[in-house]
Design a protein around this ligand. Structure first.
Ligand code: G3D
Ligand code: MG
Length: 222
């Protein structure tokens, strides 16, 4: 077997969160580089597969499980989570209830995994940043919760593709314990216009998208 094949890993990534937070749209964006505004709500479970290349030419195939938002109470959910290497919890930044839903998902996930020997990497994703003017969940609230819960923290737009690949690459690198060079991460992070009502402590990450910069992320993804 070649060195290339010996390096290959298959990781299971589970995407959860309330219905309409954008889980399916994020998965579609990541897997197919598309946004389908007419996609219907997921009723059961969808799978998406994509291969990415991390620094050091490490190839990883991600099997992404898109769990319907209604599944939080489902008796199947612990089976979906079984063996997950990473769990991504999505909410909609324009919907406070969906952030509360993300907290509930996080609590449920942690309860279900409390006897697991290896805990998966966890991420909190605030989606729909293209609707920044309609933001209801303050960045400060998100950031504090992510730090307190030891979760990776991301802001994305499945509509524009902004920072979508970043979630998957960074979480994969964390699971694989591969350092991601800052330059590699910086080119995938998209500045956010901080909301007018934001807590003054929250650092403003940027004022606009960078002109001429490719804000969607396809780098090293096959
Ligand atoms: P879910 O899988 O979590 O249930 P979906 O969510 O991916 O089905 O998305 C729910 C709705 O939010 C869809 O709109 C979808 O187009 C929209 N959406 C998802 N991500 C984004 C985003 O980043 N920005 C914006 N503006 N909309 C997004 P409809 O109208 O079909 O309900
Ligand atoms: Mg869905």
């Amino acid at each position: 077997m070649s060195d290339q094949h010996q390096k290959e890993r298959l990781l299971k990534v589970v995407v959860c969160g309330d219905g309409a937070s954008g889980k399916t749209s994020l998965c579609l964006r990541f897997a197919h580089e598309t946004f389908d505004g007419d996609y219907h709500q997921t009723l059961g479970l969808d799978f998406f597969i994509r291969r990415i290349i991390l620094p050091g030419e490490v190839g990883v195939t991600l099997q992404v499980w898109d769990v319907g938002g209604q599944s939080i109470a489902s008796s199947m959910i612990d089976k979906y989570l079984h063996g997950a290497d990473a769990i991504i919890i999505v909410y909609d930044i324009t919907n406070t209830a969906s952030f509360e839903g993300a907290r509930e998902w996080n609590e449920s996930v942690k309860k279900m995994l409390k006897n697991s020997q290896v805990l998966p990497a966890l991420a909190l994703v605030g989606n729909k940043i293209d609707l920044e003017s309609k933001r209801q969940v303050k960045m400060d609230t998100h950031n504090r919760y992510a730090v307190e819960q030891d979760m990776g923290s991301f802001y994305t737009s499945a509509r524009t593709g902004d920072s979508v690949s970043l979630i998957f690459k960074q979480m994969t690198a964390q699971v694989m314990k591969i350092p991601m060079p800052k330059a590699e991460l910086d080119k995938e992070v998209v500045p956010i216009v901080a909301e007018a009502t934001a807590n003054q402590d929250v650092p403003k990450r940027g004022t606009s998208r960078i002109p001429g910069q490719n804000n969607t992320t396809v780098c090293n993804v096959m």
